[in-house]
Design a protein around this ligand. Structure first.
Ligand SMILES: [Zn+2]
Length: 369
């Protein structure tokens, strides 16, 4: 199947994990940015190449844990601390998505991580939202920005409070809420006071490092209508039923899961629960997580899952359609128009492989009513 030509969404994409490698090399050498992984001398001797950075940044399947995977963000984060660099990264990420027929992208990031040269979180968010709007028009991609609070910072800390202040403002693109960072640190109850007060849609990272209970808590306590990963939901039938009955969307990212050693998922992905969830009536979507760091795209993830789980054209049609359905876009009319357009196009593309794909889709969707 040709996965590039399909109209797709990327709902789980960390901006600082998707910055292009060539951009990192460029910015570090031109702006002489030093991190703990290299010295000024290394820069002056021309050592900072994509091969060099790749050793630090690219994720591998033999990484110890999520923390080792997160090391890459020392590098990418350092390249995203000024207005011009932020604009460039947002623009390139959306341009890159457009090239592979991503029609709706949701870029998530934590403004608190982009203030080291003196920008406030509010300034960072204004820059990112404006750049996103411009790129959205330029490349004809619908864009939402998901603002993350980080579990690294205490729920009542000044940093977290400054992030929460952002959700009350108006921006040129829609926004949403996510809580990111190692799942072991805080649970959703710690943030309940703040999340109860916000009015934007909520997705929460859960069921990646922690198990099915975290997914349940994300939905019941955190009011999440989407769950970032949720891959370990299979540990509990009760949690799977909860996801199905409440029509919660899972933002699945298989390649990333093999690199962060998600418990219960084999490196070969042959037991990856995506198909199991789909057949159970859970709405699953496929995403990149960190496209550059994990060296993947939505098209490559669709292809990978098709190979590993023997997905049929109708499965692909369902997964891509759920992506458009799950989009955080408050403009319901615009969102439905895009979903419909994508659906028609994808039926046309997938009919080459299965002329009955649309009929099978209608049949299979009965499970989700
Ligand atoms: Zn993530």
């Amino acid at each position: 199947m040709n996965f590039e030509e399909l109209y797709k969404t990327d709902l789980h994409n960390h901006l600082d994990g998707s910055i292009l490698m060539s951009t990192c090399v460029d910015i570090i050498n031109q702006q002489k940015i030093v991190t703990k992984h290299w010295t000024m001398e290394d820069i002056e001797q021309g050592k900072i190449t994509s091969e060099f950075l790749g050793q630090i940044v690219y994720a591998r399947t033999d990484m110890k844990d999520l923390l080792e995977y997160l090391r890459a963000f020392d590098v990418t984060g350092a390249c995203m601390q000024t207005e011009l660099n932020l604009i460039r990264v947002v623009n390139e990420t959306i341009s890159n998505a457009a090239k592979s027929n991503i029609k709706h992208i949701e870029l998530r990031y934590a403004p608190a991580f982009h203030t080291s040269t003196g920008l406030t979180q509010q300034q960072v968010q204004n820059i990112v939202a404006k750049a996103a709007k411009e790129a959205s028009v330029q490349f004809k991609v619908s864009v939402t920005i998901i603002i993350c609070t980080m579990k690294l910072f205490a729920p009542d800390s000044e940093i977290t409070q400054a992030t929460f202040a952002l959700y009350d403002q108006q921006y040129p693109v829609p926004i949403a809420y996510d809580q990111a960072g190692p799942e072991c640190m805080f649970q959703f109850t710690d943030y309940q006071k703040q999340t109860d007060a916000i009015k934007v849609p909520i997705t929460l990272h859960a069921g990646e490092a922690a198990g099915a209970e975290a997914v349940k808590s994300a939905v019941l306590v955190g009011r999440a209508t989407r769950v970032g990963h949720g891959v370990r939901s299979f540990e509990s039938t009760e949690v799977m039923e909860l996801l199905r009955d409440r029509k919660i969307y899972l933002e699945m990212c298989p390649t990333s899961n093999t690199q962060t050693n998600v418990q219960g998922i084999s490196k070969t992905l042959e037991d990856y629960p995506l198909k199991k969830y789909l057949d159970f009536g859970i709405k699953v979507t496929l995403n990149t997580d960190n496209a550059m760091i994990s060296r993947c795209s939505v098209a490559s993830e669709l292809e990978l899952m098709t190979q590993k789980l023997n997905l049929e054209p109708v499965d692909i049609l369902m997964i891509t359609n759920f992506g458009f359905e799950a989009a955080f876009n408050p403009n319901a009319e615009e969102k439905e128009k895009l979903r419909e357009e994508a659906f028609k196009w994808n039926v046309k593309c997938l009919s080459k492989y299965d002329p009955e794909v649309e009929k099978k889709f209608c049949e299979r969707m009965k499970l989700f009513q």
